[in-house]
Design a protein around this ligand. Structure first.
Ligand code: MOS
Length: 752
């Protein structure tokens, strides 16, 4: 390979390091207004009235919008169970359910006016937990709180449990996790009377285009969404920017002036989605030699006040609940439950980290009771080619599960390591070390729950000077997609990556390419771009041959070899361009239809699967309760590695973010349903001082449907971490924790 798998500089790194990159808050244009959102003072209630009279008197206020001003107030990506602005007479369903919008000449004026908007709310008892919601005494939304249900039914679990030597029954609970992207949500909307243009920080410009068009009753060809540099997203900018953009777009539409809406951290924390809190109930059968015989799982996700993406998140919870193992007797039920809390949604892993933590805890517990090493029990149950995952999908290729296990065992020098840990624990009374394994699976693509969106477009233009521009339908949000795309073009055409510009997506240029989620960008946009590059390559080769320039063409990095003679790429391209050879191509990539039965939950859930194994070494201070990760060994089978440094970076980030979820990050609420953690001063995320040593090794079991055999890595890089870290903490103190996060307080309470 000339480019793929090589260590390169990020194509967008230089500009970002120097501060040249343009983020949404960096845009200032003439006549621009500043927006502010008005929030209620209750988590649940009836909005009796809204009065904007005093607020309108604040100097500089241009417009205050309420529900009456919204052309189409009904919103929601799966079901229309929410509105852009709560109507008078309607229900406030969580503490940051927006009720009015202010546009003013300055941020100060907007803020002051927002404070002066008066409203009356007849308070109702808020429903603040899954258990409370399941009683269905107070209904949050629709007809019942447990509004969504998904299931898998395979084999015969009763029979299998009867024939099991060991049955483990355990309950689990997990809390919120905030995406904690450094750049808060923000958009700029410009309505000129005919066209709406939106610039924003987002993952899914096409979602924003569709939603803004729907709210304002505009045709899609009059709404253009342009992605700005995006300072992190992690799922938190999947559907949320639609709700942010719709607010700014409405104000611009009503004032015919550009409107900028940038969330402050506390607004972002209170209003926008997080990882769903969950409760789950596991019953798993084993033979005495550690083989899984059956799984019976019930999982509940706290959707918050509106369902947003939850029904799709639940599909991933459902299909990942039994973990990365071959199992034939399966009963899984997942419910999405309304509560009067923040609507939860996409977050790296998308409903799977909750249940993978549970399943991996069960595996450790089973290993302990059967006297089998936690590595061995995972190895025994690992998926191999020809075996079926919990939905019954038989995997025919690209299964590196056992290899990831083997690599981690090897890298960590596991047998020695166990002895060292034992020695350490013998010598130390107040500090205890522990090792924790995880072995996880991830379905790449939107899968059976979102096939209609699983396609993507790419546009490639080679310029006369041998440079190129690329536009793909998916977005760069920090994950390194631009560099990966440049490497694909470099591989096919031999254009060095420094000469490739990856442009920001513009919805008016490319066909709707679905969302930038589900670790799908490399496969979908990457394949579309590979096809475009191959077309241009073929156009140029045909020109070279037809003109008798050369008969034998070989492509190298920066040069092409024409009948063995090296010619710089720029010379070749210039000649082709002067001869009117077509040097621009748009290509589309989609995957084959999946056969999946929604009734039984059996069938092909995703187009490909990644496999991951992590071993973590932690140390717990028994006097303070503080757990500290010391070292992590991790291996991912992601198919062909295209952007090696980018991939290593993803894994480092994922390990750390997953560690935060496992042992640090927590959001609590007051009794009346208000979030007590609304800023980074009390939402504790890992800092550089908390980062363990991380050793990474990839398994490259190629996926025939991926560009050059690549799968995806964005989410799996996080998912291996929480169960591994949590298992290591449980192992260190000798007490199993069945709740995330495992905080110093939890550890002290159980060990004192
Ligand atoms: Mo991602 S959590 O699929 O936006």
């Amino acid at each position: 390979m000339k480019a793929i798998g090589k260590t390169v500089k990020r194509v967008d790194g230089f500009e970002k390091a120097l501060g040249y990159s343009q983020y949404t808050p960096d845009i200032y244009i003439k006549g621009m207004l500043y927006a502010e959102v008005v929030y209620p003072d209750a988590a649940h209630g009836i909005l009796k009235s809204i009065n904007i009279e005093d607020a309108m008197k604040v100097p500089g206020v241009v417009k205050i919008a309420t529900y009456k001003d919204v052309p189409n107030n009904r919103m929601g990506i799966v079901t229309k169970d929410m509105q852009l602005l709560v109507p008078a007479g309607g229900k406030v369903r969580f503490e940051a359910d927006p009720i009015a919008l202010v546009a003013a000449e300055s941020p100060q004026a907007a803020k002051e006016a927002a404070k002066k908007v008066k409203f009356e709310i007849e308070k109702l008892k808020p429903v603040l937990s899954i258990d409370e919601a399941l009683k269905n005494e107070v209904i949050v939304n629709g007809e019942r709180n447990d509004a969504f249900h998904k299931k898998i039914r395979r084999g015969n679990i009763e029979e299998a449990f009867k024939n099991s030597d060991l049955i483990i029954e355990m309950d689990f609970e997990t809390g919120y996790q905030e995406q904690a992207y450094l750049e808060t949500q923000g958009v700029l909307a410009i309505w000129d009377g005919t066209y709406m243009t939106i610039y924003g920080s987002m993952q899914c410009p096409y979602y924003v285009q569709n939603d803004v068009a729907e709210v304002l009753n505009l045709p899609l060809n009059r709404v253009t969404v342009i992605q700005m540099e995006t300072g992190g997203a992690f799922g938190g900018k999947e559907d949320v920017p639609s709700y942010v953009a719709a607010k700014a777009a409405l104000l611009s539409y009503l004032t015919r002036r550009p409107v900028k809406l940038i969330y402050k951290r506390d607004e972002d924390m209170r209003e926008t989605s997080k990882r769903h809190p969950s409760k789950s109930y596991y019953k798993v059968g084993f033979t005495k030699d550690g083989k899984i015989t059956a799984v019976e799982i019930k999982a509940y996700l706290d959707m918050g006040a509106y369902s947003t993406l939850s029904p799709i998140v639940m599909f991933r919870t459902l299909t990942h609940a039994a973990g990365a193992y071959a199992v034939d007797n399966v009963k899984v039920d997942v419910w999405g439950v309304y509560t009067n809390r923040v609507p939860c949604g996409a977050f790296r892993g998308f409903g799977s980290p909750q249940v993978l933590f549970a399943m991996e805890s069960v595996m450790d517990e089973a290993a302990k009771r059967l006297g089998i090493d936690p590595y061995e029990i995972r190895y025994k149950n690992a998926i191999e080619v020809g075996k079926a995952i919990s939905t019954g999908q038989v995997l025919k290729s690209s299964v590196g599960a056992t290899k990831t296990l083997e690599y981690v065992k090897e890298m960590s020098n596991y047998e020695e390591l166990k002895k060292e840990v034992e020695e350490f624990n013998k010598k130390n009374r107040f500090k205890k070390r522990g090792l924790g394994w995880s072995h996880t699976i991830y379905g790449v693509s939107l899968g059976a729950a979102g096939q209609h969106l699983d396609g993507a477009a790419a546009n490639l233009q080679v310029k006369s000077d041998g440079t190129a521009t690329v536009m793909i339908g998916n977005t760069e949000m920090g994950q390194g997609a631009k560099t990966t795309m440049a490497l694909i073009v470099a591989e096919v055409l031999g254009i060095p990556i420094e000469r490739i510009t990856v442009l920001q997506p513009n919805t008016s240029v490319l066909q709707d390419s679905g969302p930038t989620v589900a670790s799908r960008t490399t496969v979908y946009s990457g394949n579309a771009l590979r096809l475009a590059a191959e077309k241009i390559r073929d156009n140029i080769i045909a020109f070279i041959k037809e003109n008798g320039w050369a008969q034998n063409v070989e492509i190298d990095y920066g040069v092409w070899k024409l009948d063995g003679k090296e010619v710089p790429i720029e010379e070749i391209v210039q000649k082709a361009n002067n001869a009117n050879v077509k040097l621009v191509e748009v290509q589309w990539y989609k995957t084959r239809p999946l056969r999946y039965d929604q009734e039984t939950g059996a069938g092909e859930a995703y187009v490909a699967y990644t496999f991951s194994t992590q071993l973590s070494l932690v140390e717990v201070d028994l006097l303070t309760g503080k757990p500290q990760a010391l070292k992590v060994w991790v291996s991912h089978d992601i198919g062909k590695v295209i952007n090696l440094d980018g991939a290593i970076g993803q894994v480092h980030g994922g390990v750390v973010q997953g560690m935060g979820y496992a042992i640090m990050e927590e959001i609590k609420h007051s009794e009346d349903g208000k979030m007590l953690v609304t800023n980074f001063n009390n939402y504790v995320v890992p800092t550089i001082r908390d980062i363990p040593d991380i050793e990474v090794k990839f398994v490259e079991e190629e996926f025939e449907g991926g560009p050059f055999g690549a799968k995806g890595l964005g989410e799996p890089s996080l998912m291996s971490s929480p169960p591994s870290i949590a298992n290591a903490v449980s192992n260190a103190v000798g007490i199993r924790f069945n709740k995330l996060p495992v905080t110093p307080e939890d550890i002290l309470l159980k060990t004192c």
